[in-house]
Design a protein around this ligand. Structure first.
Ligand SMILES: Nc1ncnc2c1ncn2[C@@H]1O[C@H](COP(=O)(O)OP(=O)(O)O)[C@@H](O)[C@H]1O
Ligand SMILES: [Mg+2]
Length: 379
């Protein structure tokens, strides 16, 4: 199956780029340039072709190009791409959508093949991508939120409907708390809890399916990346049962916990408490106790497993992989193994680094560009 591959990318008023258009073939891409050259900005632009805030996780207005000294962005940014996928090539575009008075807010627009579509749902249904950035090096050490987002990002790459389910669950959870605080109508609380139960059970089970899929693909091809054993922990046992039975149990639990949740000021039970627990099989230790390098290798292993699982699934195709500063962390044998795995999966990986020599092992399997002065030049 044709892996997802960017063939053309155009950035307008996006961070350091006033305007940039370039074409690539379907092979993996490596971007080489000094610090601050604009490599990560390109990966970020691609990451915004999926729902959410992209790989920097900043507010969407932050990505609008500002000149030095300016505090207000002047023009909305836009990213457009032609992407090949399992169902053929498509044009996809997204950008900030100004308010009627011209102000830039977090509102964004998207279009697929020239037709306007809601960014939150249409993007996940069209383009599949997964990223790994240096900021994620501390993923196993920090709070569960980051690990949950990582798990949800992987899940979204398998199940495009996941984003919508997660949003429904979040909204219902917030609404229930507000109703509890305001002493809201009982029927209304019942109805909101029914929504929470339906979306919560769907959410928990979609994540569990991701864990299952990864399990099947976690044994690495080369042994260069450690095997991780993953489990999803948290306070949501009742929602693990799929279908009506799980929903009924979750509803019952929510009804019973109203007072406790009100006193705590937040919902204490449900899949929003989930955490991704990863164990380094070779070391027999939780990821957080492993060395920085081992943690990075575990993460790479998880992302490769997800890509492999997708490439192998029936209707699936390898997702775009955005691997920022990936080569710097790895010794030469592991770098070689990474390139081999990417080639074996057939994914178009976008990698960045400060030195072209880091990517010498790619040979003809990849295409490289120097990023200088806001332009891309083939290596
Ligand atoms: N909103 C913005 N408007 C203009 N320039 C920006 C904006 N945000 C970041 N930059 C610039 O982008 C550059 C960083 O680009 P980046 O892609 O992170 O570099 P690297 O090649 O090191 O990955 C910096 O020079 C920074 O000043
Ligand atoms: Mg960078």
């Amino acid at each position: 199956m044709q892996a997802y591959a960017v063939r053309r990318l155009a950035l307008t008023a996006f961070r350091s780029y006033p305007a940039l258009t370039f074409a690539v073939d379907a092979r993996p891409v490596f971007l080489v340039g000094e610090n601050g050259a604009g490599k990560t900005n390109i990966l970020e632009a691609i990451s915004l072709l999926s729902p959410g805030r992209g790989l920097r996780g900043t507010a969407l207005v932050e990505s609008a190009r500002r000149l030095p000294g300016e505090t207000e962005p002047l023009t909305p940014w836009a990213v457009a791409a032609t992407i090949e996928g399992p169902d053929g090539a498509f044009d996809i575009g997204t950008g900030l959508s100004p308010q009627p008075d011209g102000r830039l807010t977090e509102r964004r627009a998207a279009h697929i093949n020239g037709v306007a579509a809601p960014a939150s749902t249409a993007l996940s249904e069209t383009c599949r991508l997964v990223w790994l950035t240096p900021a994620m090096d501390r993923l196993f050490l920090e709070s569960p939120g980051g690990r949950r987002r990582f798990l949800d990002r992987l899940t979204l790459a398998f199940e495009p409907g996941h984003g919508r389910v997660a949003a429904t669950y979040e909204r219902a959870t917030r609404e229930r708390m507000k109703l509890l605080k305001d002493g809201g109508d009982r029927d209304w609380i019942d109805a909101i809890e029914a929504q929470m139960a339906a979306s919560g059970v769907a959410l928990a089970n979609a994540r569990a399916r991701t864990a299952e899929r990864l399990k099947a693909d976690l044994a690495p091809l080369t042994g260069a990346f450690p095997q991780g054993l993953i489990a999803i922990t948290g306070n949501f046992e009742e929602t693990r049962t799929p279908g009506d039975e799980g929903e009924a149990r979750f509803r019952e639990t929510l009804g019973r916990r109203r007072r406790a949740d009100l006193e705590a000021g937040r919902s204490l039970y449900g899949p929003h408490t989930a955490d991704l627990a990863v164990t380094h099989v070779g070391r027999g230790r939780p990821a957080a106790e492993c060395s920085t390098g081992e943690q990075k290798a575990l993460l790479i292993g998880l992302v490769l497993a997800a890509a492999r699982a997708q490439a192998r699934s029936d209707a699936g195709a390898a997702p775009l992989l955005l691997l920022d500063e990936i080569a710097a962390h790895l010794d030469a044998p592991r770098r070689a193994a990474l390139f081999d795995e990417i080639a074996a999966i057939g994914a178009q990986a976008w990698m960045t680094g400060t030195d072209a020599a880091l990517f010498a092992g790619m040979g003809e399997r990849g295409q490289g560009f120097y990023v200088t002065n806001g332009a891309l030049n083939p290596i």
